[in-house]
Design a protein around this ligand. Structure first.
Ligand code: UDP
Ligand code: MG
Length: 325
């Protein structure tokens, strides 16, 4: 029977943690009783450098329940790296993983369907939102524009899929081979290329606590996602440059022609405008190129993507589990 690990990144999730632990534990118990998964399945809470009592709560849950494992990161590394830390810690302890946000906005009811898909041969099962009724218009609009822009720039992502997904242990091991620091899992996971499937669910509103993705973070996440996966923006800059050059040639021909026909060019305004325009274009172009240079700089440093402080498991005395795979 397959051992399942549910990985839950938590950053300042004090208000929801208990409820989340209770719901996930019930689900595990239910799935275990019905023989869907091994009784050694567990939930791993990853504390991503929270500044509230999240880690204390996680430890309490760990003491109380044999289903709960706990990972404490030494500092806040962000949602994506926290997920990676969790997955890398459990990859040898389980056969299959499911990642889900701590706020349980994603329907845990479809986990069973994910496992069925896995049994049917999929290494990766994407949780896809059917609708976004509970999101505000703004969140819905920005999120959907994001998926569309990504597609336009040639980045393959699964439409309306966030980080709620099942991955087999071998898919996780493969994921660990992607060494980039600018982590955008939604873009990387489809690149792994193992058989995949989708399950659909309705996304709920956050039960408590606040979204950790305010507009500023959302924009920078989108920008990261694009510049980590596509160099089309650089090509666009070059295209814009060529277009402007072409216009300049036309303008030059026009000026020459008006010289011969006796019409003199009047006004500095037009010249000034074009100078400002070209100056602006150049700054944008340098900025975009600089963004990629900066990314390269961050990547070549090869810094660790997360630092584990504590890893609490109930596994200490039965390290043979990984042989079940
Ligand atoms: N999260 C994290 N580190 C961070 C920010 C967020 O581990 O620096 C976690 C957070 O606890 C939650 C998940 O990432 O489990 C998604 O965050 P949130 O629900 O705030 O995002 P939203 O659903 O609003 O996009
Ligand atoms: Mg959320």
């Amino acid at each position: 029977m397959k051992r399942l690990a549910i990985v839950v990144p938590c950053y300042n999730e004090e208000p929801v943690l208990r409820e989340t632990a209770a719901q996930l534990t019930n689900l595990l118990k239910d799935l275990t009783q019905r023989g869907k998964i091994s009784p050694k399945s567990f939930i791993l809470f990853v504390n991503d450098g929270s500044t509230d009592r999240t880690w204390e709560l996680i430890q309490e849950e760990f003491e109380r329940s044999p289903f709960v494992y706990a990972l404490n990161l030494a500092a806040n590394v962000g949602h994506q790296n926290a997920l990676l830390a969790g997955l890398s810690s459990v990859q040898d302890l389980c056969n299959v993983t499911i990642t889900i946000d701590a706020d349980l906005q994603d329907d845990i009811g479809v986990m069973e369907e994910m496992i069925d898909q896995y049994e049917a041969g999929a290494d990766i099962v994407y949780g896809v939102r059917k609708e976004r009724k509970t999101d505000t218009f703004f969140k819905r609009f920005t999120a959907q524009s994001f998926y569309k822009v990504m597609a336009l720039l040639g980045v393959k992502t699964v439409y309306n899929h966030a980080d709620y997904r099942l991955m087999s242990a071998r898919a996780v091991r493969q994921l660990m081979q992607y060494g980039e620091r600018n982590l955008f899992l939604r873009g990387i996971v489809p690149l792994i290329g193992y058989p995949s499937a989708k399950v659909y669910y309705a996304r709920k509103a956050r039960t408590a606590g606040e979204s950790k993705y305010p507009l500023k973070k959302m924009l920078s996440f989108a920008f990261e996602g694009i510049t980590s996966f596509s160099i089309k923006p650089i090509t666009m800059v070059m295209m814009a440059g060529i277009a402007i050059l072409f216009c300049t040639v036309l303008a030059f021909i026009y000026i020459l022609a008006s010289y011969f026909t006796g019409h003199t060019v009047s006004g500095w305004a037009s010249i000034m405008t074009s100078i400002w325009f070209l100056g602006g274009m150049q700054l944008v172009a340098i900025g975009i190129v600089g963004e990629y240079v900066g990314k390269t700089y961050m990547e070549v440093k090869q810094r660790p993507r997360f630092n584990v402080e504590t890893f609490l498991t109930h596994d200490q005395f039965d390290n043979n589990d990984s042989s079940e795979k």
